[in-house]
Design a protein. Structure first.
Length: 126
């Protein structure tokens, strides 16, 4: 019973989808080229992108959110949309907030100082 832990043994995804397509063609009388395929990119808060392809969906039928296959967080079609409480403000990274609070020159100074501290903590010469 070495393979008892794998319930998917023997199922071939590729051949199954091929049969499914042929069955679909016979059923609908349509060829795959008739189907409007719409790739939609979703981005999760971690920056992972996933692009599921939707067939024959109207714009309003396309899900607004899609679970990230890599980290399980909720991705959105609009990366500028905020995650969390408010959906009116665009999403901002910590760096964006830092930039907002400081002038570009100050931000560079802060960044340089932080880099210097990082190098020192790693024992590198600055
Ligand atoms: Zn993710």
């Amino acid at each position: 019973m070495a393979n008892a832990s794998n319930p998917f043994r023997g199922i071939r995804i590729g051949s199954a989808s091929g049969a499914g397509l042929a069955g679909w063609q016979a059923e609908t009388g349509r060829s795959p080229v008739d189907v409007h395929k719409l790739p939609v990119t979703y981005r999760c808060p971690q920056g992972h992108e996933t692009t599921p392809v939707f067939a024959d969906l109207a714009e309003e039928e396309i899900p607004e959110y899609w679970d990230c296959p890599r980290c399980g967080r909720t991705g959105t079609r609009r990366p500028e949309a905020v995650f969390g409480d408010s959906r009116t403000e665009p999403y901002k990274s910590h760096l964006d907030y830092a930039k907002e609070r400081r002038s570009p020159a100050e931000a560079e100074e802060v960044l340089a100082r932080a880099l210097g501290e990082l190098r020192r903590s790693r024992g590198e010469a600055t």
